[in-house]
Structures are given as structure tokens and as C-alpha cells.
Design a binder for this molecule. Sequence first.
Ligand SMILES: [Zn+2]
Length: 121
Amino acid sequence: MICPYCKEEINDGAIKCKHCKTNFALSQNVTKAGGSATYQKNANVAPIWASITGLVLGIIAFLASLNDSFDEDELIGLFMIAILAIIFSAISFANKHGGRGMAIAGLLTGIVSFILALGSI
Ligand SMILES: [Zn+2]
């Protein structure tokens, strides 16, 4: 076979190149470990954070919308919280990993709050 690093001919199944001294077993493990760490960070941490934020904002908006005497500023604030709850829940929906139940709850409370806020205009 050919060494992928220096392109010299080496023995089949060699774990170390005799020309450039590259250790193939070692360099493969490093690439794998680095790749999986990056995958876990992107796949799990971010969407759970987004769905928790969406759920918390959805609950706040829902509790606020149960109050039926709003002035104009309070209504605008309620709309913004409800819209943010929908956006954060939608972000976590877009990624398939983790926090899906919370994203659904955040989406529902956000939409219900938005409708309740529309009803009290
Ligand atoms: Zn080599």
C-alpha cells in the first residue's frame, strides 16, 4: 500500500510508515475522538438549551396571558415573550436530538399565549 502522508510504498497493514515515521493507529484515534466530541457538543447541548428556553418563555407568557386586564405596553411584552417561546421551540425542533417534549410544550404554550393575547386586544 501507499503511505497517505508521504506517498511512499510501505508494507500492507503497516501501523507505522518507515519513510516519514507517521503512526497510523495513533493518528486515526485522535481524529475519531476529536470528531465525536464536536458531534456531542453540537447535537445535544444546544437544542436542549433552546427547548428549555422555549418552554420557560412559553410558561411565562401563558401565566401572563391568564391576566385579562392589559395595557398596551403589557400586551406588546406578552406578544414578544410568546413569539420568542415559539422561535426557541422551533429551533430545537429543527434539530432531531434531545428536548423534543419540552420543545412541544414550549411551542404549545407560546401559541396559546399568542392567541389569548390576540383575544384581549
Ligand atoms: Zn510516510
